[in-house]
Ligand binder design. Structure first.
Ligand code: IMP
Ligand code: MG
Length: 187
């Protein structure tokens, strides 16, 4: 285990198993809707590992993939700054079944704002999916249609999630030790 990690919260195996179940759930939901194709929109960079594994768990539908890059307010000192799109999608999503994917639902502001922007492109449907959710931290009323794990209020890294761009490559989700949070990660 990486020495900056206090403890592992979600193991590699647990992630793998949950993604297989999520893939089946997503397939069934869209098939019930009569959809043959979905357009996955990854909120980068955090969701890239999750999306890479999740789309491979979806084999019964055509899957298009695009991404949006969103500014991270955690890099700033002001925690109330709003998330902004730095780089938008390239695909035409009007009339498409869109599945918007992020790594973690924390205050809910990112997913809520990006979902609103995507809705303006008039997709046939828009659903959201996150690997992790910290319910206790919600600042806006937002829930994901598909969610991997409900986790306690800790700052976590790994499997795409970062602290100052580090730890995204860890294969598990871990709690960052306080000594490694310099400057503190907590908003
Ligand atoms: P929200 O807008 O507060 O829901 O924040 C979502 C974004 O904050 C995610 O896409 C992450 O980039 C970041 N974030 C929130 N909590 C954590 C965490 O515990 N570790 C790493 N990134 C986090
Ligand atoms: Mg992120």
């Amino acid at each position: 285990m990486n020495s900056d990690i206090a403890h592992i919260l979600v193991s590699e195996e647990a992630i793998r198993e949950r993604i297989a179940v999520l893939g089946r759930e997503i397939e069934k939901t869209y098939k019930d809707l009569g959809a043959e194709e979905i357009t996955v929109i990854a909120i980068t960079n955090g969701s890239i590992l999750f999306v890479a594994d999740l789309v491979r768990a979806i084999q019964g539908l055509h899957v298009r993939i695009d991404s949006v890059r969103v500014s991270s307010y955690r890099d700033e000192t002001n925690p109330v700054s709003e998330p902004e799109i730095l780089d938008n999608i390239r695909l035409d999503i009007s009339g498409a079944h869109v599945l918007l994917i992020d790594d973690i639902l924390d205050t809910g502001k990112t997913l809520q704002k990006i979902a609103k922007i995507m809705k303006a492109f008039h997709p046939a449907s828009l659903k959201t999916c996150v690997l992790l959710s910290k319910k206790g931290r919600r600042r806006v009323s937002m829930r994901a249609d598909f969610s991997g794990f409900e986790i306690p209020d800790h700052f976590v890294v790994g499997y795409g999630l970062d602290f100052a761009e580090r730890y995204r490559n860890l294969p598990y989700i871990g709690v960052l030790s306080p000594e490694s949070q310099n400057p503190p990660a907590w908003k």
